[in-house]
Design a protein around this ligand. Sequence first.
Ligand code: ZN
Length: 142
Amino acid sequence: MRCSLCNSCLDSHTHLFFNCNYAERIWSALKRKIFATDLPLNWEDLVNAMATRFKNRNIRSVVSKIVFGAGVYYIWQERKKRHFTSEKRPAEDLLETILESVKTRLMSIRVINSPHVNNVAKEWDIKFHNVHSSKTMLNTVQ
Ligand SMILES: [Zn+2]
């Protein structure tokens, strides 16, 4: 069975997220976007690396988790779609969709006004809609 994204290799879960040519282009762009180009791309190592590196509830960790969640979701969705329709989105288009969805998601999270938060806003060219000045708020990211 061939992968519906890159049409070249065996279709498996590991392949889809970590060995697929199509998915790989998206993952490398996403890793650059979160300054984590050294993150491994095999499932076990990645899960371990994510768990240790992004365990704190700071803005960088939250952004990274959102980015990976969106990557997994959209790549999976594209693959599924190709099984049922003839539509094929190029990797660049899918990447654009993923980045837009991350921006939308980011704008809605509760953040504390801090230099880190401001840097992330600049990098992603967004404005946070839910900014607080106090650390006593629950579920607030700084
Ligand atoms: Zn593939």
